[in-house]
Design a protein around this ligand. Structure first.
Ligand code: SF4
Ligand code: SF4
Length: 371
């Protein structure tokens, strides 16, 4: 760790292969508007038990919102101008086929795009996959997860079946790959196995995070780690509703942090979705994460601790593997979280944030409130 002026910086541990090749402007331009997508965990249950699962899903998990709640959420979401897409995730959403069929159909009826993530276990043949997908009338995008962890349970043949079925039905598809500290080999391996369907699918990749089942079932020395300085968070673009009704600012580790914290946006059993989304749109911490990432939270907490003459020790390099562990270091620590809450009372901080949101992301709600 080194100190430059008031800023804290971290020496790079590994080269972040995925982000460093693209310019900030390029990455920002590709961002969708804040809260244009709402994630809903359709079920916490999964038919398999991947070693790297950050939500610890398994066959006997009993966590569901149920159709009536999901129906209400879709209707509320369709009335919120920003939200254009619902993303159903799990667990394994295809275990609750009736609910999934009804949910996707209702989204279509109300003019919402809809994406679903799956491990593809149900695609025993191209024909079976087509029969199931045909009932998902309105499905815009199917994201199918496969990598060395999923393949311990689900053969990549089924992923090929999913891709071919989607192709015949004109459904967009994306293959999601999780990786440890050798992303290149993991991706090459997937591409090799999917070479018969090359060109028919998009690919997205994300590092395994050392949380949930991964924390106890993966050798932590193998986790992909990188310098989080200046890496902004795209995970906070889209909130996620989990099975107890909590609305989390992201689908990442903050979902499992206990107690009240700034990335817990509300609960759908206590508030309407519109109230939650309006508050999140003006929540400075969310948008600092989206624009500058958690290293800026560290800077704000450090400056505030100096103003308040209290003690703050920035994290040591070997405590931090990625932006999420740096985010947790600040947000999930009540003392640092309180310092952060005081720091964002500073109108200069909020004004600069509002201006940057407008310039870089084209989002004007915050600046309209400030002027
Ligand atoms: S990673 Fe996905 S497919 Fe694997 S156990 Fe978790 S929810 Fe199921
Ligand atoms: S950096 Fe924070 S807000 Fe972003 S995905 Fe990680 S835990 Fe969530």
């Amino acid at each position: 760790m080194e100190k430059i002026g008031n800023k804290i910086t971290y020496a790079r541990k590994n080269i972040s292969t995925l982000e460093s090749k693209r310019s900030r402007k390029d990455l920002m331009e590709k961002r969708e508007n804040y809260f244009s997508q709402l994630g809903i965990i359709l079920t916490g249950k999964c038919n398999i038990r991947c070693r790297h699962c950050m939500y610890n899903c398994q066959p006997d998990t009993k966590m569901e919102l149920g159709w009536l709640v999901i129906e209400r959420l879709i209707k509320e979401a369709s009335a919120i101008e920003n939200i254009t897409q619902i993303h159903f995730t799990g667990g394994e959403p295809f275990l609750e086929l009736d609910t999934l069929f009804k949910a996707v159909n209702l989204c279509k009826l109300l003019g919402l795009k809809v994406s679903v993530v799956t491990n593809g276990y149900w695609a025993v043949s191209v024909n079976v996959a087509k029969q199931i997908l045909e009932k998902l009338d309105g499905l815009t995008l199917l994201e199918v997860s496969t990598d060395s962890f999923h393949q311990e349970f689900v053969s990549i043949d089924r992923i090929r079946n999913v891709i071919l079925a989607c192709n015949e039905l004109g459904i967009n598809k994306c293959v999601r790959v999780s990786f440890l500290n050798d992303p290149v080999s993991e991706i090459e391996n997937i591409k090799k196995h999917l070479s018969p369907v090359e060109g028919l699918y998009e690919l997205s990749q994300q590092p395994v995070l050392p949380i949930g089942r991964a924390a106890s079932h993966i050798n932590l020395d193998l986790i992909f780690s990188y310098d989080p300085k200046g890496v902004f968070c795209r995970g906070a673009d889209f909130p996620l509703i989990i099975s107890n009704g909590n609305v989390s600012a992201c689908c990442g580790p903050s979902v499992s942090w206990l107690g009240d914290h700034p990335l817990l946006l509300g609960n759908i059993f206590k508030q309407g979705l519109k109230e939650i989304s309006d508050a999140a749109d003006l929540n400075p911490i969310i948008h600092i994460l989206r624009l500058w990432g958690p290293s800026e939270l560290v800077n704000l907490v450090k400056e505030q601790s100096e103003k308040d003459c209290c003690f703050f020790t920035p994290p040591m390099l070997d405590e931090i593997q990625n932006i999420c562990s740096l985010c947790k270091f600040i947000i999930a620590n009540p003392k640092y979280s309180r310092l952060l809450q005081r720091a964002i009372l500073n109108p200069v901080v909020v004004y600069e944030l509002a201006v940057r949101r407008m310039i870089e992301l084209g989002e004007i709600s915050m600046i309209l409130k400030e002027v």
